[in-house]
Unconditional design. Structure first.
Length: 501
């Protein structure tokens, strides 16, 4: 079973490669010599270095106190999550899964071998607590794939202890700089090894895309950002990280909405099939997420009831319903992320941003083209809101408000995509659409909650239990929906009045 550790470290280089005395650093009471460890690490990647291009490293290391497989995923500058697995001859399945969104159908092969002599010092406080580990690494690199040759260098590493204060690293760095030590130009040993051995090549996409100029440039920049978000969230979703499913689903929806909103920029004959696949992925991501949100809503509503209104084992039945849906949806989602269909979709998105099916309007200046598309989406929201409020309360109004919510979300995403070109009016529209979407989302949540309460009530009744509490919760949800419907006209007037695009 893999374990995850948050790694916060900084790398340095110096002309004499020595470690200055760090006992003068504020808070450091003692520096303990821990001796020298011999480390032997083989780094794995695809033949075209897809992991390295995303600043991800996967290695099998022997020697030292943490021998095993290590997968490092970037979190921020100098911060990575290290997922560890026991030693084995081949890449552990769990770690292979965490890089599948990058590797796809490619093969992982050994690309670099690093052998290091690590001279370690522990930085301790007055109470004997470990603050950080400082080391001098003498590294020998050997290219195993995609080139040949070797390299050798020394570097200094300072890694914060678990739970340590990152401010300590600033203090240590100040002391190192005074001693002539410089921050390393390479983000990792692997990056330096690839650069200094024969066959090293610039990382794909280095330097980033050009500044958006045309309408097509703006839309492609937005699409590229959402494609990247899906790929980057994939490992977090597999690890069941908080909000990861939601974030991945939002990126999927933004992509699909953008393809639909800007059909004058991108050829729909190419993008419509992609949109259908994005709809499928968003739906799969939503199975567990929607169940989770609904369970939280019903649980909070039940907790809010006085004890005198709770009749029968309602808490137990609701917990069972929530857990059953959670287990089933989790297994299903992991299957989706490993499916050929999902991996093919990622390949298709790569192809879309690399060779987009641009139409004539894509080459025009962005303001007029993008504003027209945003106004068109806004007009659809307006028509649906007016249609909904013209309906009497009931199923038809519920459906119309649900459609208005979806179109409000689409308009919000269109305004986001157009934001860099349209400026403040687009940003204001994003805010107003988000507010309307939130209001109408609360109404749809109430519709779904009432459907579930009817189902739970029927199951409870069939089991000979009281259905009274489900009825109370249903009535409260009904009233919540009524309050939303009462608020819609005023919210819409405010939204309509703020439209300046």
């Amino acid at each position: 079973m893999a374990e995850t550790k948050r790694e916060i470290e900084r790398k340095y280089e110096s002309d004499d490669s020595g470690l200055p005395d760090l006992t003068g650093v504020a808070g450091v009471a003692a520096v303990l010599d821990k001796g020298t460890a011999e480390l032997d690490a083989v780094y794995w990647d695809t033949s075209d270095l897809r992991l390295a291009s995303a600043s991800i490293t996967l290695r099998r290391r022997t020697g030292g106190s943490d021998a095993g497989w290590h997968l490092k995923l970037p979190v921020g500058p100098g911060v990575r999550d290290e997922i560890r697995a026991p030693l084995s001859d081949t890449v552990p399945d769990e770690l292979a899964g965490l890089v599948r969104s990058r590797v796809r159908e490619g093969q992982l092969v050994p690309v670099v071998r690093l052998r290091s002599a690590r001279d370690v010092r522990d930085l301790m406080d007055a109470g004997g607590r470990l603050l950080a580990e400082a080391s001098v690494d003498t590294v020998r690199a050997e290219r195993l794939f995609g080139g040949e040759g070797s390299a050798q260098w020394s570097e200094i590493e300072v890694e914060l202890a678990d739970g340590g204060d990152p401010v300590l690293l600033d203090k240590v760095e100040k002391r190192l700089r005074k001693a002539g030590v410089r921050p390393s130009k390479s983000a990792s040993k692997l990056a330096r090894a690839l650069a200094e051995t024969k066959g090293g090549q610039p990382r794909p996409g280095e330097g980033g895309p050009a500044e958006p100029v045309t309408a097509g440039d703006h839309i492609l920049a937005y699409l590229r950002a959402q494609r990247d978000a899906i790929v980057e969230q994939d490992p977090a979703v597999r690890q069941d990280a908080e909000e990861s499913v939601h974030d991945m689903r939002v990126a999927t929806r933004r992509l699909r909405s953008t393809l639909r909103s800007f059909r004058t920029v991108l050829d729909r004959e190419v993008t419509d099939p992609i949109g259908a696949e994005l709809k499928w992925l968003a739906g799969e991501l939503g199975v567990g997420r929607d169940h989770e949100v609904l369970a939280e809503r019903l649980g909070a509503a039940l907790d809010d009831l006085p004890a005198t209104l709770v009749s029968g084992p309602v808490h137990e039945r609701l917990r069972t319903w929530a857990k059953t849906g959670e287990r089933g949806s989790r297994r299903r989602l992991l299957g989706v992320l490993d499916s050929p269909r999902y991996l093919a979709l990622l390949d298709t998105l790569d192809a879309l941003v690399a060779d987009p099916p641009l139409r004539k309007a894509a080459a025009r200046k962005p303001r007029k083209v993008l504003a027209k598309a945003v106004r068109k989406d806004f007009g659809k929201v307006a028509a649906l809101v007016e249609e909904a409020m013209a309906q009497p309360p009931g199923t038809d109004r519920d459906l119309a408000l649900h459609e208005a919510r979806k179109k409000a979300k689409r308009t919000r995403y269109a305004a986001e995509a157009a934001g860099p070109a349209l400026g403040s009016p687009a940003k204001d529209l994003v805010k107003s659409m988000k507010s309307l979407q939130s209001l109408l989302g609360g109404h749809q949540d109430s519709v779904m909650a009432r459907t579930t309460l009817r189902e739970l009530s029927a199951v409870a009744h069939a089991a000979g239990e009281s259905a009274f509490t489900y009825g109370v919760l249903y009535a409260r949800e009904e009233r919540r929906a009524e309050r939303v419907e009462e608020a819609v006209p005023a919210e819409w007037r405010k939204t309509y009045g703020s439209m300046k695009v």
